[in-house]
Design a protein around this ligand. Structure first.
Ligand SMILES: Nc1ncnc2c1ncn2[C@@H]1O[C@H](COP(=O)(O)OP(=O)(O)OP(=O)(O)O)[C@@H](O)[C@H]1O
Ligand SMILES: [Zn+2]
Ligand SMILES: [Zn+2]
Length: 802
């Protein structure tokens, strides 16, 4: 087994394969799959991942591995296989899927150093190698008498640690510790011999006699009220010793979380958790969909299921959407499981993320709570994977590799034979349909745990406002209610749904929205050409002057930003204290949290914001939620727009009246009769599901069909069109008879960074080997891609259609 199979770090499809390298003698014993190596590649030296070892190669004259970066594998064999599977499923490169599983720090080649962790004597060679130093640059291993294998062993035994040195050394933090250097009776002897004027030293020595365990230097100085010089005096007399120890930066101070214990479950919770517990006990895989209204106690179910998993000595992954990963959320998991929880969050620094990842890698925790990429946590003994708010689009990565965390979770769940739990108050149609078919197991929670009714939702027809002469963004009803709450010292959340603004055309007189006659999707307004276009089928027409439905000339595209609303709001109700939360006010790190704290501390009456305020927030003083324009998302050029509207309205309504004070929701809309608005106001998910499924069936959208999106971009317009055309033509020749290929059409953003973008959409029911087929089509353009800067991207599960 002296040959290594290596995936090299060259992100090009022509290089997307393993290369064979000879393993030099000195790495023979220690090299394992999942380690990173440095290898010669053409004239360069590059990084690569060892994915296997073998005895034979079809090539002779293999080049040798130059260096090995890791002393323990950073990818388990499961993750290596997962990466391979994921690359094939999503048509990504192997190298990109491996990189996606690792923290940033491990994606590059950093300098390393070895640190001695023990004062016990090591082997002669290692002693010579360290040569009384605590830390030695890794390069010194090469010409020393020690072998890499010896070092590897010492790391496994905990005698040595290896550190990757990232810029500004963020990867590690060292702390100096002190402990007695001699037996206690010798310290006592020294104490008796100490002259009386050395009072401080006496006190400290007494302390060490009473507390002979190691203590952090800074802590000693602070708590003991002593100085460095006293410590130094004792060090010099060799009564105590100091040593450095690596501590992991824990971004959360675990001691501040109040510990909680399991709650007595409600009837509905018990029914939902029972089969999950059984699967955990029997090591069985299945996917469970928990459909529970907001406040129905889904999280408590997760917590108790995880407890079972921990009791079995296994591990748990909990995925939550990035924006829901609030301190409130972290607190619930840390509160139950304390420091047994690692948190993977994009707001952490590279170093902090790396530390959390290593706590998982070293099996120091059994639970990880994190955003999308936490699904790759390097656990080897998984007992459960939970995806909270499973309907969230952020579980889909919109970049290579274009994966959905749900698919990865299920794949890992099958491998580990453990349950996968999807939870939501508004499940995706895809998941709910699977549950209806029995592919997933469904549990339904209809009641809030506190038995409180859901807040009442009032719909305001904005067309009536216009007719009554009110041209502002705020209906009279909303204004009066806001004023009343402010008088009572209660708080208000106002949602401005900004996505989709200025893209669709609507009649403000009658609410009519121009849609594509072939696709049932709002046409997108292109300002420059004054044209309306369909982004699915490339249908287009010119912008009408009058509403085709009521002949009003008040037909126009829609658009207002949060800042303008804030201004209008302070004019309307001058006494209102408003906090604005949008991408602009939350750009800086920690800003999001600060705004929420301000609001929680009642420093403002109104929290005005975009989507990001709709999730997970829980303020007891909020009694009114206003949705300024429920329609804006309804008319996105996206077949999921009704679903997204329903989800958003349901989520945001769940923010009001969660505690003692009753809540109310006011939804302003130009299309009150639309089923997603009407049914969301009555919390009727099931009816919405049924109605939406009919639409999906009629127009052949998921879950009735699968979609694949191919996007081609090039600086030259003609090249982009022709390439797409050719792909479409070739595909037609090979697909099943019931498969449809739409396009080529210009992408929703037809030109980006001076590149023209065209796309085609494949709608299919049965294509057993579509990935391979597409791969073949694309390979024909390999030369163009390499030499002519052509780009072709494939999304096997497109979500962002605009
Ligand atoms: N069995 C129970 N008995 C009493 N209180 C409970 C129980 N289960 C959960 N709770 C409490 O009810 C509240 C709502 O529960 P939880 O947050 O778990 O619901 P959820 O379904 O996750 O809500 P959301 O979808 O809004 O996030 C919490 O304050 C929780 O502590
Ligand atoms: Zn009209
Ligand atoms: Zn169309």
């Amino acid at each position: 087994m002296n040959i290594a199979k290596v995936i090299v770090d060259v992100p090009a499809s022509s290089i997307n394969q393993t290369f064979d390298y000879q393993i030099p003698e000195r790495f023979q014993e220690m090299l394992k799959p999942g380690m990173r190596v440095m290898v010669p590649f053409g004239p360069r030296k590059i990084m690569g991942y060892v994915v296997g070892r073998t005895n034979e190669s079809s090539f002779d004259q293999l080049k040798e591995i130059i260096d090995v970066f890791d002393l323990t594998p950073i990818l388990t064999t499961e993750l290596l296989d997962l990466g391979k599977w994921l690359a094939e499923e999503t048509l990504s490169l192997y190298i990109t899927t491996f990189q996606a599983m690792l923290p940033q720090v491990l994606k590059a080649n950093y300098k390393k150093e070895l640190e001695r962790l023990t004062s016990a004597s090591l082997s002669d060679q290692l002693e010579a190698f360290f040569d009384r130093r605590d830390v030695v640059p890794y390069e010194e291993v090469e010409n020393s008498g020690v072998s890499f294998y010896q070092i590897q062993k010492a790391i496994q035994d905990g005698d040595i640690a290896v550190h990757y040195l990232v810029k500004s050394r963020v990867t590690k933090k060292h702390v100096t510790f002190l402990k007695p250097a001699r037996d206690i009776h010798l310290l006592e002897e020294a104490l008796r011999d100490m002259p009386n004027r050395a009072r401080k030293q006496q006190e400290m020595l007494t302390f060490f006699i009473d507390h002979p365990q190691e203590i952090e230097l800074n802590k000693l100085i602070k708590e003991f009220g002593t100085t460095r010089s006293t410590v130094n005096a004792l060090l010099k007399k060799e009564l105590i010793t100091s040593f450095r120890k690596e501590v992991f930066r824990n971004p959360y101070d675990d001691s501040v979380f109040e510990q909680t214990t399991s709650l007595e479950l409600t009837e509905q919770q018990r029914e939902a958790i029972e089969p999950i517990k059984q699967h955990i006990q029997e090591n069985r895989h299945d996917v469970f969909l928990i459909h529970g209204v907001t406040g129905s106690g889904k999280t408590e179910i997760y917590l108790q299921a995880i407890q079972d998993v921990i009791d079995k000595g296994k591990e748990a992954i909990v995925l939550v959407p990035e924006i829901s990963l609030t301190p409130q959320m972290v607190k619930r998991f840390k509160g139950r499981f304390g420091s047994n929880v690692a948190v993977l969050h994009s707001a952490l620094s590279y170093g902090e993320k790396y530390d959390e990842w290593r706590r998982i890698h070293r099996k120091e925790v059994q639970v990880v709570v994190g955003a999308r990429s936490a699904v790759f946590a390097p656990f080897e003994n998984l007992g459960i994977i939970i995806i909270d708010e499973e309907h969230e689009n952020s579980y889909k990565q919109e970049d290579q590799p274009r994966y959905h965390a749900r698919d990865v979770a299920i794949h890992r769940g099958e491998y580990h034979r453990c349950p996968v739990i999807l939870g939501s108050a508004t499940p995706t149609l895809e998941s709910y349909a699977r549950a209806q078919k029995g592919v997933y197991k469904l549990a339904t929670l209809t009641k809030r745990t506190n038995e409180k009714a859901m807040p009442e939702v009032n719909i305001v027809d904005m067309r009536d406002e216009l007719h009554a002469g009110n041209r502002s963004m705020f209906s009279r009803n909303l204004k009066e209610n806001m004023e009343q709450r402010i008088r009572r010292g209660e708080q208000i959340v106002l949602l401005l749904n900004r996505r989709g603004y200025s893209t669709f055309v609507m009649c403000r007189e009658c609410g009519y929205v121009k849609e594509c006659p072939h696709c049932d999707i709002a046409l997108t307004f292109h300002k420059h050409q004054n044209q309306l276009k369909c982004h699915y089928c490339s249908y287009e027409e010119s912008m009408p002057m009058y509403c085709p439905s009521c002949s009003s000339d008040l037909i126009r595209f829609f658009g207002t930003g949060t800042q303008r609303i804030e201004e209008a709001l302070t004019q309307l109700i001058p006494e209102a204290r408003v906090l604005r939360m949008d991408v602009d006010t939350t750009r800086r790190k920690g800003a999001h949290e600060k705004l929420l704290n301000q609001f929680a501390n009642k420093e403002a009456d109104i929290l005005l914001g975009t989507q990001m305020i709709a999730k997970g927030l829980d303020f007891e003083n909020v009694t009114l939620v206003g949705v300024l324009t429920a329609d804006s998302m309804l008319h996105l050029p996206d077949f999921r727009s009704s679903e997204k509207t329903f989800q958003l309205l349901t989520q945001v309504s769940g923010r009001a009246g969660r505690h003692d004070l009753p809540g109310e929701v006011i939804v302003q809309t130009y299309t009150p009769e639309h089923y997603s608005i009407e049914l969301a106001s009555r919390y009727n998910y099931l009816r919405f599901y049924q109605q939406e499924m009919q639409t999906r069936k009629k127009f052949q959208y998921p879950p009735y069909v699968f979609l694949t999106l191919i996007t081609v971009s090039h600086q030259n317009h003609v090249t982009a069109v022709q390439t797409t055309q050719q792909i479409v033509k070739n595909l037609w020749k090979h697909v099943q008879s019931d498969t449809v290929i739409l396009g080529p059409t210009p992408s929703p953003i037809p030109r980006m960074k001076d590149r023209f973008r065209y796309q085609c959409m494949i709608k299919y029911k049965h294509e057993s080997d579509l990935q391979r087929l597409i791969q073949k089509m694309i390979h024909q353009f390999d030369d163009e891609v390499r030499k002519n800067d052509l780009q072709i991207t494939v999304d096997m599960q497109p979500y962002q259609l605009m």
